[in-house]
Design a protein around this ligand. Structure first.
Ligand SMILES: Cc1cc2nc3c(=O)[nH]c(=O)nc-3n(C[C@H](O)[C@H](O)[C@H](O)COP(=O)(O)OP(=O)(O)OC[C@H]3O[C@@H](n4cnc5c(N)ncnc54)[C@H](O)[C@@H]3O)c2cc1C
Length: 138
């Protein structure tokens, strides 16, 4: 996605903030300046190195576990009552799944469909057991 890949590179920076906090409310210009200063400070770039920049603000990027989250089991039970509905991925399960977990939920769902398994238990179990937490296989 860069014109001259041998000479240039995109660097992605991720900043965590809350809607309407001081970081959220910065203009793109202010934020780029702030991020540039950080990159210079830690020795990644020099100011003249920057050719282009882009900022993307993503609301509600993370599944949050508060308010009625404690009643998620009730919701799961209700959702499971729809036989042909498979809740997979991060937002599909409102769970702090990483990419691997999200794909694992899809793999489990596909397995169930192919094998005619009606229970959704294995799909909802992804990322709740220790064995799913980035296990190192020999
Ligand atoms: C800031 C951030 C950093 C992350 N870093 C990492 C990381 O380093 N490593 C890692 O493993 N995971 C990381 N994750 C988590 C990872 O991105 C998710 O686990 C994964 O992308 C979830 O996959 P998904 O298919 O469930 O959902 P998504 O990837 O969110 O895909 C859902 C898609 O559905 C589309 N969509 C939504 N509503 C509709 C609609 N009504 N109609 C049609 N399309 C719709 C969306 O546009 C989107 O393309 C990060 C997440 C965030 C937010």
């Amino acid at each position: 996605m860069v014109q001259k890949p041998e000479e240039t590179v995109w660097i992605g920076l991720e900043y965590f903030c809350n809607e309407n906090d001081e970081y959220w409310n910065m203009t793109e210009e202010e934020f780029v300046k702030f991020a540039t200063e950080e990159l210079i400070k830690i020795g990644i770039i020099e100011e003249d190195d920057i050719l282009d920049s882009h900022q993307e603000k993503v609301k509600k990027a993370y599944p949050a576990y508060f308010d009625t989250y404690s009643q998620i089991d009730k919701l799961v039970e209700y959702l499971n009552s729809f036989e042909n509905l498979y809740c997979i991925g991060r937002n599909g399960q409102h769970r702090y799944n990483n990419m691997d977990h999200s794909m694992a939920t899809a793999i489990e769902a596909t397995k169930n469909i192919k094998q005619g398994i009606k229970s959704k238990e294995n799909i909802w179990k992804v990322n709740t057991e220790k064995s799913y937490h980035e296990t190192k296989h020999k």
